[in-house]
Design a protein around this ligand. Structure first.
Ligand code: ATP
Ligand code: MG
Length: 432
């Protein structure tokens, strides 16, 4: 990214002077872009439309990382896009997007690309939003120029475009500079942008953790000042945002940063936020032990269990005399506020309750291995039993029995090839 900086006037954009870097000055290569995404970009371009790769894909390609998905923006309207691609569908009422599907022979699920029309910040009142189907002109008011589209995005590093027409990289918001300086900077006025969509507060922390970037001072001040708004975020949206954290294994570092910026009590129930410092090492062990491809539902139940674990252990240490129905009642009570925040499905709540019942059975000295193995969540409970050992000063009761059992348990298909023996002998590594 060293040479060929040219400045070009953008006709409609608000601040409208992007930095444009020609192909020789940046590392984004078509070879690194999914070939179906390249096809879509070319088809749009060949029909006379602007076609840009946008968002995380450009950021990741500039950083030399493999993008998770490839979002495309264009000046073609959703209807025009739909016309160009047979394998597509218009989705959304307020913000219309087009999904283009590719059914590969080897894939059971179709590959989906999201194509958005350049958008500008535009607020509809509720009445207008409800009636948008009858008033397509309102939807058209949402559309804007590339410059406006960049400015309504969250962070400068997420608002860089790659233009298929000349392979240039286009930056309206100083994203290239921030990428080079490894900085997370919100676009526009921090207080306003975080209040407008408080999920951006978590996203700022998330990108800082994932990319190992620093949050710029004004952005940090703004996100702290507006963090109260986090409790307005609907449960479904919060849960959706957290999914990504589990898979990318950034939950523990996000919680750590949340403690540092003192915002966790605004998005987590108070007692969970208070216990965060004790939960973080358990979540770190989960992230170290389970493979990256683990599905998010598996990881979600483990992380939520880790969030309530310190509080429960405080009331009931693993011991012979613990009554299982007391544990079940306590787990239910502790899950209630979490459930209000994240709207956990019933099967997840059941699974978590089961994990705790089994954990305390193991802790009480139940050694009926065959019987325990029949239970779905036995291995999850065994994980926590070992994890507690790895955090505690002294070994829990019956530790050596289970340590020995692990030599054989590893071969059980329910262990899914995970190395439980290592977990039981990993005390120092896990505590690091
Ligand atoms: P990831 O690698 O996690 O997919 P991403 O940056 O692509 O990272 P997405 O959630 O896929 O994140 O969103 C795509 C793009 O949409 C972002 O890069 C950003 O430009 C924009 N965006 C997403 N969420 C917001 C938001 N809450 N406010 C403003 N812009 C957003
Ligand atoms: Mg993305």
């Amino acid at each position: 990214m060293t040479s060929s900086h040219t400045r070009k006037q953008e006709p409609q954009g608000p601040k409208s002077e992007p930095v444009i870097i020609t192909r020789s000055g940046h590392p984004v290569s078509r070879k690194k872009i999914d070939h179906n995404a390249v096809k879509i970009l070319y088809r749009l371009k060949n029909h006379g439309f602007k076609a840009y790769l946008a968002g995380g894909a450009v950021r990741d390609l500039l950083l030399g990382k493999t993008p998770a998905d490839f979002d495309i923006v264009t000046d073609a309207t959703p209807k025009q896009v739909k016309k160009l691609f047979r394998n597509s569908r218009i989705i959304g009422r307020r913000f219309r997007l087009v999904h283009i599907f590719f059914h590969g022979r080897s894939q059971s699920m179709p590959q989906i690309f999201e194509i958005a029309t350049f958008r500008r910040t535009f607020t509809l009142d509720q009445d207008e939003a409800d009636n948008i189907e009858e008033h397509p002109e309102l939807a058209n008011n949402l559309f804007g120029s590339p410059g406006e589209d960049a400015e309504r995005r969250d962070f400068t590093i997420n608002a860089i475009f790659y233009n298929i027409a000349d392979f240039s990289v286009i930056d309206y918001v100083g994203g290239l500079r921030d990428l080079k300086d490894r900085i997370i900077r919100v676009i526009g006025e921090p207080d306003l942008r975080f209040a407008e969509d408080p999920v951006r507060i978590l996203r700022a922390l998330e990108f800082a953790c994932r990319l190992d970037f620093t949050i710029e001072d004004e952005t940090a001040r703004g996100l702290m000042a507006q963090s109260e708004h986090l409790n307005e975020v609907p449960a479904s949206r919060l849960r959706e945002e957290l999914k990504g954290l589990y898979i990318k294994k950034t939950t523990s570092s996000l919680l750590g940063l949340g403690c540092r910026y003192r915002i966790n009590h605004h998005w987590l129930p108070p007692e969970i936020a208070e216990n965060c410092p004790a939960s973080i090492p358990f979540i770190r062990q989960i992230e170290n032990f389970y493979p990256t491809a683990e599905n998010h539902k598996e990881l979600e139940k483990m992380v939520v269990a880790a969030l309530i674990l310190p509080g429960i252990l405080n009331d009931f240490p693993l011991a012979e005399n613990v009554r299982l129905n007391q544990i079940q009642e306590l787990v239910e009570e502790r899950l209630k506020p979490i459930n209000q925040r994240f709207n956990l499905p019933r099967f997840q709540r059941h699974a978590i309750k089961d994990i705790f019942t089994l954990l305390y059975r193991i802790g009480r000295g139940d050694k009926r291995v065959k019987k325990l193995l029949n239970r779905d969540h036995f291995f999850a409970a065994l994980f926590f039993y070992a994890a507690i050992n790895n955090q505690a000063e002294s070994k829990p009761n019956h530790f050596s029995f289970w340590q020995k059992q692990c030599e054989n348990l590893g071969r059980n298909p329910k262990a899914r090839g995970l190395n439980y023996s290592a977990l039981f002998s990993n005390r120092t590594a896990a505590r690091r």
